[in-house]
Design a protein around this ligand. Structure first.
Ligand SMILES: [Zn+2]
Length: 326
């Protein structure tokens, strides 16, 4: 079973300053000190309780965690030590809920530490009957290359799962810190669909925390960012690429190879007298549209390359050309 609220133990408010906590602790510690209560078992227990509360509330780091996670504050450390990737947004979100539950016991909430916390913990209006509660969502930032966004990709997430405590079957006991659940790190392979865009959220349904009391599981959200590509620029589902075209091909017409994001090269006919900067549209050679409805286009922009290291003969011909053209 979870212990009493540390703030109540010291008889201070949640917003108490460090000084107020210290004063409250000293006063109580003097009162219940074993030296002045020789042989009094309840005073001894009380003294231990006071010290336990002071140890946490006098340490800004521990107090912050306690404010976020309540009795589960030590779990935050435990989880970090396992080397698991800590979904910090979700912990902090859980923390917000915990806080709101201190003030509003009646709120059902959307799942999270707070809900578990006040379902289990007596002393905040008594033990509550469990209601179905949805498991927490987790968010993970995922960066992919443009090629991966094109083909789709897989990632292995270091996430976590909650299991009912095997000692108490969910009722809460010292080995699970009173919450009835054990948090374990878990590896999860996730798929990123072809055509994914930077700034989008990919939902992996039902892979967040398990529901509670018969509630549905939370989701995992992948927060996608796409690395800039050296060759291709993306606008929506279209891609843009610059294609070097030799001067004489631009003048007389010719054929050049255009790279595509899919890896293959496509032949592009250059008509005679093609101007620098002209854009050719290669239909269906862009990014896949999410949901499998075809592809965007590839827009190939001509970048005319002038010849260098001209031979004497070439120079002569250009001179001749110049004379004619003038
Ligand atoms: Zn347990």
């Amino acid at each position: 079973m979870a212990g009493k609220n540390y703030y109540d133990i010291l008889g201070v408010g949640k917003t108490a300053t460090a000084k107020e906590i210290k004063q409250a602790y000293r006063k109580l510690a003097r009162k219940y000190h074993p030296d002045v209560n020789t042989g009094d078992k309840s005073a001894e227990a009380k003294f231990k309780e006071i010290n336990g509360a002071h140890e946490v509330l006098s340490d800004p780091e521990k107090r912050k965690k306690y404010d976020q996670f309540g009795d589960k504050w030590q779990y935050a450390d435990q989880f970090a030590q396992t080397g698991g990737r800590q979904p910090s947004r979700d912990f902090s979100r859980g923390g917000t809920r915990t806080t709101s539950h201190f003030e509003d016991i009646g709120d059902i909430g959307g799942g999270g530490f707070g809900d578990i916390f006040d379902s289990i913990l007596g002393g905040f209006g008594g033990r509550r009957a469990r209601r179905p509660q949805r498991g927490r969502d987790f968010e993970y930032p995922v960066e992919v290359s443009l090629e991966e966004a094109y083909h789709g990709a897989a990632r292995v997430l270091e996430t976590q799962t909650e299991e009912p405590c095997s000692s108490c079957k969910g009722d809460g006991c010292p080995s699970c810190g009173g919450v009835g659940r054990i948090i374990r790190p878990k590896r999860l392979e996730v798929r990123i669909p072809p055509g994914v865009k930077g700034g989008s959220r990919v939902r992996i349904a039902g892979k967040g925390s398990p529901g509670y009391g018969g509630g549905t599981a939370g989701d995992i959200f992948l927060l996608i960012s796409v690395k800039p590509d050296k060759r291709f620029q993306r606008t929506g589902d279209d891609l843009h690429v610059e294609v070097p075209v030799p001067l004489l091909d631009a003048i007389l017409g010719g054929e050049v190879q255009v790279p595509t994001i899919g890896g293959k090269k496509l032949a592009l006919k250059i008509p005679p007298e093609t101007q620098n900067g002209k854009v050719f549209r290669l239909s269906g050679q862009g990014m896949p549209k999410l949901g499998g409805n075809g592809k965007g286009d590839l827009l190939a922009k001509v970048n005319i390359v002038l010849p260098t290291k001209l031979s004497e003969r070439e120079k002569e011909l250009f001179q001749e050309l110049k004379a004619i053209h003038a």
